[in-house]
Design a protein around this ligand. Structure first.
Ligand SMILES: Cc1ncc(C[n+]2csc(CCOP(=O)(O)OP(=O)(O)O)c2C)c(N)n1
Length: 569
């Protein structure tokens, strides 16, 4: 047998340079970003990332559908303030995750999706699961790119995270071809950016002259009102917003993730009188929320009011509705600066009548709704279900809404008690975020209670990952408002096409979601009588398991917004 050169001529031992693979570089870069968990569904293209995570002590939470992984990364960002990360395989793994990325894009949630890809040396040859991922992701991300070489892996992961925080936050996508991921390079060729040293602070207040101008307007206004939008929470400006409303004595309304910024019962917290307040205010301050469909594109704001807008994104300020003053920067930092600029210049007594007017309006709306909210009717009115959930929430409960009409009803009644304790999909309106958001919230903050209301239609989209919650021992209180249909859509169809043609494609079976929960190892109960809702929720809480209380609700009750078809106007 032929001998090799080294066998015949032993050579002096040389020190091989230490090498590192692409997957391990991903894990190091994730660690530098402070990521402690990835949400994923496995595939041959991405396994080296898992191996890297083992070395770096990053948890691998594996789910049953990539949409869930992407929504969970979005949810993780919302609850922690750190970007979330999902890792999915090439082709169908990445296309399955598209909806989660799209949702994060519209909700301005910072997350990184890493997708596998065929090896670069098989580029465009028809490799397994090859698709043009970057082309697909570009319109719904702040940054989408291919990593062209192992040596660039860590650097590009950090680059993608930096891009997540450019202006209003959002998702980034990185495709890492199999060879870039599996190959190794000498350690000294692969720089891992140092934690905390690869991006700037974004807490900008913009133009100081605008701060002074806004302070002047606010001090002089007789009937001011502020709408605190999701960016107040995203930028962790809640304390500054509370201080602002109290010091400047301004009635505050909250939407999206900003709900709970001021607790219910606080004299500056308003909820049910927003339309009235906007119609009668002389100064309207919009903070961190766009003039999109939820705001009637700004068209409903009276022309007579002075309108000021603050946003992280330059492109949002003044979009769809003219404004009198626009400020671009960090909402919390701006509100703090304005509070300081106006300090000591306000006579609070001047606002008393305005507050009394709004409180009266608030009370009238509440009294009007109360009979339905306390209704003993059978089948159960959705407002009664929402009422029971609201009574059940504690200061520490994170409330998640995932559904059509049932969640719209709850929006009027359920009041989170603290900032960051309300989660909904955001302006993309994506059904199916519920279970992934539970996964993220409960994983990141196990000490919190998570309470989730699902429509039966919405639950079905991602419901299998209830099993993931069981597998990872993540208890939560789940409620399915079951009307055996997709009511929010059915209403419009029946109104347009009549009863029989209006029921096409929007009815569901009478499914026992409580039994589904039990089958997967969770807790479940069925409720038909309104008085049984509260005790059932309590038993779900005490079970210490992921749970689903299947509450049969009235299929003929529709939310007012749905009956007006407000979302399309
Ligand atoms: C992923 C996704 N698919 C479809 C829709 C359109 N849609 C909006 S509300 C709705 C019905 C939801 O039904 P359900 O969750 O049971 O709540 P309900 O309206 O019956 O209370 C649908 C299908 C959507 N928003 N998201």
């Amino acid at each position: 047998m032929a001998q090799t050169v080294s066998e015949t001529h032993p050579v002096a031992e040389v020190n091989e340079p230490a090498t590192i693979s692409g997957g391990h570089l991903v894990a190091k870069a994730l660690k530098a970003e402070g990521i402690d968990v990835i949400f994923t569904l496995c595939g041959g293209h991405i396994i080296d990332i898992y191996d890297g995570c083992v070395d770096e002590g990053i948890a691998v939470v594996d789910v049953r559908h990539e949409q869930v992984a992407a929504h969970a990364a979005d949810g993780y960002a919302r609850v922690t303030g750190k970007p979330g990360c999902a890792v999915v395989t090439a082709g169908p793994g990445t296309t399955d995750a598209v909806t989660g990325v799209a949702n994060a894009f519209r909700a301005e949630s910072p997350m990184l999706l890493i997708g596998g890809q065929g090896a670069l040396n098989q580029h465009k040859m028809g490799s397994l699961q090859d698709l043009p991922h970057v082309d697909m992701m570009t319109p719904i991300t702040k940054f989408a790119a291919t990593v062209p070489h192992t040596a660039r892996v860590a650097d590009m992961v950090s680059m993608a995270f930096r891009e997540c925080f450019n202006g209003a936050p959002g998702p980034s996508f990185l495709e890492i071809p199999r060879d870039s991921l599996d190959n190794s390079v000498p350690v000294d060729q692969a720089t891992v950016p140092e934690a905390g040293r690869y991006r700037a602070s974004t807490k900008s207040i913009g133009d100081p002259a605008s701060i002074e101008a806004l302070a002047d307007l606010l001090v002089r206004a007789e009937k001011p009102v502020v709408l605190l939008g999701s960016q107040v929470w995203t930028s962790r400006g809640s304390d500054a917003a509370v201080e602002f409303a109290r010091q400047l004595d301004i009635p505050a309304y909250m939407n999206g993730a900003a709900r709970g910024t001021l607790p219910p019962g606080d004299p500056h917290h308003f909820h049910l009188s927003r339309r009235y307040a906007f119609n009668n205010a002389d100064l309207i301050l919009i903070v961190g929320t766009p003039f999109d469909f939820r705001m009637g594109y700004g068209r409903r704001l009276p022309k007579s009011a002075t309108v000021v807008q603050i946003d992280l994104d330059y492109r949002t300020v003044g979009k769809n509705r003219d404004i009198d003053l626009g400020l671009v920067g960090d909402p919390g930092a701006i509100l703090a600066a304005v509070t300081q600029a106006a300090s000591g210049r306000l006579r609070k007594a001047d606002r008393k009548a305005w507050f009394a007017e709004l409180h009266a309006e608030e009370d009238a709306s509440y009294q009007k709704r109360l009979p339905r909210q306390l209704s003993d009717a059978n089948p159960i009115h959705p407002l009664r279900l929402a009422h029971e959930i609201n009574e059940f929430l504690t200061e520490d409960s994170i409330y998640i809404g995932d559904g059509g009409d049932i969640v719209t009803f709850s929006g009027g009644v359920v009041q989170p008690k603290s900032p960051g304790h309300w989660m909904d999909p955001g302006p993309l309106g994506t059904l199916g975020v519920g279970i992934p958001f539970v996964l993220a919230a409960k994983y990141a903050q196990p000490e919190k209670e998570v309470v989730t209301l699902f429509g039966d239609g919405a639950f079905s989209l991602t419901g299998w990952d209830f099993e993931t919650l069981v597998r990872f021992n993540l208890p939560f209180v789940g409620v399915v408002g079951n009307n055996s249909s997709m009511n929010q859509i059915r209403y419009g169809q029946e109104a347009k096409y009549g009863q029989s043609r209006g029921r096409i494609g929007n009815t569901l079976g009478d499914v026992r979601y409580d039994e589904f929960a039990r089958m997967l190892g969770g807790y479940g109960e069925e409720v038909r009588d309104p008085k049984d809702i509260g005790p059932a929720l309590q038993r779900a809480r005490e079970s210490g398991l992921p749970s689903l209380i299947n509450v049969w609700v009235d299929p003929d009750a529709y939310a007012p917004g749905t009956m007006n078809q407000t979302m399309y106007k």
